[in-house]
Design a protein around this ligand. Sequence first.
Ligand code: MN
Length: 431
Amino acid sequence: MDAAALPSGSCPMRFLMAEHVRIFDTTLRDGEQAPGFSLRVSEKLRLARQLDALGVDIIEAGFPIASPADAEAVHRIAQEVRRPTIACLARAHRADLEKAAEAIKPAEKGRIHTFIATSDLHLQAKLRMSREQCLEAAVEAVRFARHHTFDVQFSAEDATRSDMEFLCRVVEAVIKAGANTINLPDTVGYATPDETRDFFTNIRSRVPNADKVVFSTHCHDDLGLAVANSIAAVQGGATQVECTVNGIGERAGNASLEEIVMAFKVRQERLPYTTSVNTLELYPSSEMLTRLTGQGVQVNKAIVGRNAFAHEAGIHQDGMMKDRRTYEIMRAEDVGAPWNPLVLGKHSGRHAVQRRCKDLGFDVEGGELVEVYRALMVIADERKLISDNDVVAVISAVRTGSVRHDHVDPFDTPSGVAATHHHPTGYGHGV
Ligand code: MN
């Protein structure tokens, strides 16, 4: 029976069977290797504990050959964080693989993640290797890693710009050599969503034994498409997504973990996938990362930005006070973020100002409200945002009759404009 033939109100089959997608967090590896994001061993350990609380399936803890500190961080995380799989990166070189194996040795569940570039551009310009040499090195690396651990992931760097025929040969060979997860990165953030979906569908249908392994996506945000491409990869059959908290990572960053997880959660009917992430820990994780690296997220960043759940425009605030669903598709509480949605600024209306006064313990009405509102708007014109301290100070000034009128409100003129500016719901953009 096809889904369209189901009686209205019943769920199509794919909705009932939401597929589990593994979250492979690479905040501590790809994220940490971006300029300005390096962390000390102790800081990495704290973050790894938070990622455990967040519920990610796999933590990529570092690149042990890169530095002794990186090797130590992986080792300590492997010792102390026991629930998730602890992975670490290694090029297809014996020395890298030996370091990686040593670093994850104490792990309850350890994974060696080995990689080699498969695009002709990388092979010729960077590795100066033939395709045959690349294939041989990939197989040898996977075999060697399998001697040390059962769980081996292989990545074909620059997969999305590789020759399809050759890439399929490499994937087939590494599966045969014992890789259990095949990651196909869009290393340079070049792919588009429709292309990514076809790419995964194609490879999975062409490679023998593709159904025996987990396919994984790793997207970069050079064109702002990392999250869209990751979701498209999942629709093409990938069941592991590599991503980072706050979307940090090389250049424009990796796919943002919080955006992928919430897209699945909020749009279940279109994206029937689940993850093990506890969404209440999304904001605390973002905040910890910001604190430890000293690198803030853009204020309008989805899910975790300061403005993600804030409303200043009067028309929006009016809607929000009547029913939050008018302007919110998810709640700040669902991602563990503080909810203080009614930001007071020059686009706010009298209702929002009255509500804030009340929240701060002041009942302000009638003429007093008009006066408080007018004084706050003068501040807003100068300072963009009004703080609670401003509100308290203005109320007390109005009540003691000491409110200052030394700034002239351009709307407060006899021209009649003042009447529109003091509309109870305020203005700002409605659409
Ligand atoms: Mn990367």
